[in-house]
Design a protein around this ligand. Structure first.
Ligand code: SF4
Length: 265
């Protein structure tokens, strides 16, 4: 009989790399799996080598979890994170991996742009529901709150990403929002305020991770022979990142206050 989803530890993923001591991809110290493939083309992407779906190393769910066990003592307060690339390009694999991980009481975190989410296919939606059940935290990257600017920054529309945020909130999954602050692109008070105001409406948004733009990916572009699109943009300082975070949180607070006053909260 064919295996049901969540019962196939031999399923293979196409893996770009693994980091065994990750400290920035979810709570605690984490085993981080970077998968291959991403349909976005964020101008500031520092992992362009993950874009192509081909060319990674094939690893089964079982192999990854056996490797995880070798580092288990260090990962006690952390767990397993899948990032990329875009992990949900390999939805079936991530679903298998997290299902098996949870059977072993491993904390699971998904770092995603949400770009692959669709509601119009019932079979696919069912997989997303199952994934939500076996995911402890989703780190959702919102690249830009303005639809036009989002398209310019990533090459993709924002609609499904925001719909994924709604879906996660409905499924009561803990959500951490990630937002990269780029001078001249997202480091603009109007957009930061709009983002904060928007996020105020989601009950399960529990953290906001504001990341200052840096250009450390430049060398990879050089090696790959592709033009680095933001070569004239200066990295953001930590002070500016903090200011940006304060603007987003301030707008969130204000919106929630107004919602309370209108009896919506
Ligand atoms: S979603 Fe991530 S991996 Fe894909 S292009 Fe954007 S930053 Fe790069």
């Amino acid at each position: 009989m064919e295996n049901q989803l969540g019962e196939n530890p031999q399923m293979e993923g196409n893996i770009h790399s693994i980091e065994t001591f990750g400290t920035v991809d979810g709570p605690g110290v984490r085993y981080v799996v970077f998968v291959k493939g991403c349909p976005m083309r964020c101008l500031y992407c520092h992992n362009p080598d993950t874009w192509a779906a081909a060319g990674g190393e094939k690893m089964t769910v079982e192999q990854i979890l056996t490797d995880y066990d070798r580092y288990k003592p260090f990962l006690r307060d952390g767990g397993l994170t899948v990032t990329g690339g875009e992990p949900l390009v390999q939805l079936d694999f991530v679903l298998e991996l997290f299902t098996e991980a949870q059977k072993k009481d491993i904390h699971t975190c998904l770092d995603t742009s949400g770009i692959m989410f669709r509601r119009d296919n019932p079979e696919l939606l069912e997989k997303y529901r199952k994934l939500a059940e076996v995911t402890n935290v989703v780190m959702l990257d919102i690249k830009h709150i303005d639809p036009e600017e989002h398209k310019k920054l990533t090459g993709q529309p924002i609609d499904n990403i925001l719909d994924f945020l709604h879906f996660l909130d409905e499924q009561e999954v803990e959500i951490w929002i990630r937002h990269v602050i780029v001078p001249g692109i997202t480091y603009i008070p109007e957009y930061l305020e709009r983002l904060g105001k928007y996020l105020a409406h989601f009950k399960h948004v529990r953290a906001l991770d504001v990341l200052p733009y840096h250009d450390m990916g430049k060398e990879k572009y050089k090696k790959m022979g592709i033009d680095y699109p933001l070569k004239d943009v200066q990295p953001l300082t930590n002070k500016e990142a903090k200011e940006a975070r304060d603007i987003i949180l301030g707008a969130m607070k204000k919106e929630r206050q107004e919602m309370k006053e209108h009896g919506e909260l």
